[in-house]
Design a protein around this ligand. Structure first.
Ligand code: NAP
Length: 503
């Protein structure tokens, strides 16, 4: 079973214990990063295992390997020796592991470690990419049978991540720690069990004086409470949210919570993907059962489907993939999520006689436009790229325009309802307002599909002018409940419909 390790990068031993106490209930092991300690503190590292009261890894990471140690190699070896000196029979008072890089050849250190049961982690860090022959590298890393091999690599794209999962399979016979760093790493950290990695490293949250030990680390709380790390086994079904760049999304919190409540052995992870092609290859490599597709792939994913639901056909966009026996089945839950939420908001059964402005012409706008048409409404599609507004409007005989004076004039006739579907104003760029050229009269009903932040800058302005407003949250949960049914072939449990249940 993979274990969670908390990297302690505080300046003093006492500070590290404070950080450990805040995270203790989530972690199995701690790593004392001596390279982050103040010089005076380094004299006392030998005391740390006893202070910590759980297995501790002794690490002094060099600058070239992504650490903070800038002194000479001689003084680093002396420090490592200090950490291993005066070992005692009670192993809980010794370091449980010592991290020695593959090029550090100091037999006396190894002897000192072995004499009192401190296990050697033989580590290799590639801060630039992923080694072409990563399996070969892992095999060469282990010098002596009792060492625990550690390879930490930096994927530059999703294909690199696939390469790491493949290397994990090819080296199943070797006991190891295998991890990715950087923007593509989250899924590999959560799914450490799939990589057959004995340890997954984490960093504490919100500790200004303790830097993140390696790029891309999650917090222990996220690993345990959000992603249910300890429940993941090789039998766990994997689901994912896929997009690029992958911005903040509530989907992992929603699905992991519901899977837990319903006792379904499944994990839901975020996967930033630089191409649809590569996500398909990764899905095959690790056996992904279903995916939520987000910006910018809702349209490009269509060519990978063996079945398209009628909503996918009518909208030309797909946000839900389910692995079928002969390929991917595609659904669009945005469409009904939008119309159910919006009709409930205005208290009507359809949009007959209504004239709306739809801002945007991307994946979500396609679902909105198709539903407005189905519900007998009329719309103006307003988009930055006029040609895309035209293309979306044409099949429905809707009006279309750009963000210009013609658009502003036309909007006067279509502004009793405004549906904002662009990502403009979404976190982290919460100050942006896609409708800054438009003055709300206060009579409009305004919906923004964005749900992070809950109330966008545009919605706040509309509300201030007296408009009725609807955020994207209700739509998000409605469409997610439908995704759940596609993923699991089960009705969404009515007892979990209240939003408070997801947090
Ligand atoms: P998308 O396909 O990438 O949408 C792109 C659209 O936004 C295009 O019309 C694009 O205009 C426009 N746009 C992008 N940047 C712009 C800018 N700086 N200024 C003006 N227009 C800009 O994304 P999507 O999948 O439709 O998602 C859009 C938003 O809806 C996201 O915030 C997403 O979170 C939200 N959403 C919410 C739900 C929910 O359940 N609440 C469901 C789906 C989506 P051009 O054509 O000119 O590039």
């Amino acid at each position: 079973m993979s274990k969670i390790c908390l990297c302690l990068t505080g300046k003093t031993l006492t500070r590290n214990i404070e950080i450990l106490e805040k995270n203790r209930k989530y972690v199995d092991i701690a790593e004392l990063r001596v390279d982050c300690l103040e010089d005076d503190e380094r004299f006392f590292i030998r005391r740390f295992p006893e202070m910590a009261g759980l297995p501790v890894i002794l690490t002094i990471r060099r600058n070239i390997d992504g650490g903070y140690y800038v002194g000479g190699e001689g003084s680093r070896i002396t420090l490592l020796a200090k950490g291993l000196a005066n070992a005692v029979a009670d192993q809980r008072r010794n370091f449980a592991y010592v991290d020695l890089e593959e090029d550090l050849e100091v037999p006396s250190l190894e002897e000192a470690a072995r004499a009192f049961g401190t296990r050697i982690i033989r580590s290799w860090h590639n801060m630039e990419g992923v080694d072409e022959d990563l399996s070969g590298k892992i095999r060469k890393l282990r010098w002596i049978g009792d060492e625990l091999v550690k390879a930490a690599v930096m994927p530059r794209n999703l294909d690199d991540v696939i390469h790491v999962y493949k290397a994990a399979k090819e080296t199943k016979d070797i006991e190891k720690i295998l991890l990715c760093m950087g923007e593509y790493s989250a899924n590999t950290r959560i799914l450490a069990e799939l990589l057959d990695s004995r340890i997954s490293y984490t960093s504490p949250a919100d500790e200004d004086d303790a830097p993140q030990a390696a790029p891309g680390q999650l917090t222990p709380k996220e690993m345990v409470e959000l992603y249910r790390f300890h429940d993941i086994t090789d039998k766990t079904k994997i689901f994912a949210v896929v997009g690029y760049p992958l911005t903040i999304t509530d989907s992992p919190a929603f699905f992991n919570h519901v899977f837990k409540m319903e006792k379904i052995n499944a994990a839901y992870v975020p996967i930033p993907a630089d191409s649809v092609d590569s996500i398909m290859r990764l899905a095959e490599e690790i056996g992904i059962s279903g995916m939520s597709i987000t910006i910018p792939y809702k349209e490009t994913v269509l060519s990978y489907l063996t079945h398209q639901s009628k909503e996918v056909v009518s909208t030309g966009a797909c946000n839900t993939l389910v692995a079928g026996p002969d390929g991917w089945l595609g659904y669009n839950t945005d469409a009904l999520g939008f119309s159910d939420s919006f009709l409930a908001f205005i208290g009507k059964k359809d949009l007959r006689g209504r004239k709306l402005t739809i801002v945007g012409a991307g994946g979500a706008a396609r679902a909105v436009a198709a539903e407005v048409y189905r519900l007998k409404g009329k719309a103006l599609i307003l988009n930055r790229t006029v040609a895309k507004a035209h293309a979306l409007a044409e099949p429905y005989r809707f009006a279309w325009a750009g963000f210009d004076s013609r658009g502003a004039d036309l909007m006067e006739k279509y502004s009793s309802i405004i549906i904002q579907t662009t990502p403009v104003g979404m976190a982290p760029n919460t100050e942006a307002d896609p409708l800054e050229f438009y003055n709300f009269s206060g009579r409009e009903a305004v919906m923004d599909l964005i749900y992070k932040p809950e109330k966008t800058c545009c919605l706040k302005r509309a509300e201030k002018a007296g408009c009725r407003i609807l955020t994207g949250s209700d739509m998000f949960y409605r469409q997610a409940r439908n995704q759940y049914s596609y993923y699991t072939n089960r009705e969404f449990p009515p007892s979990l419909i209240s939003r408070a249940d997801y947090s």
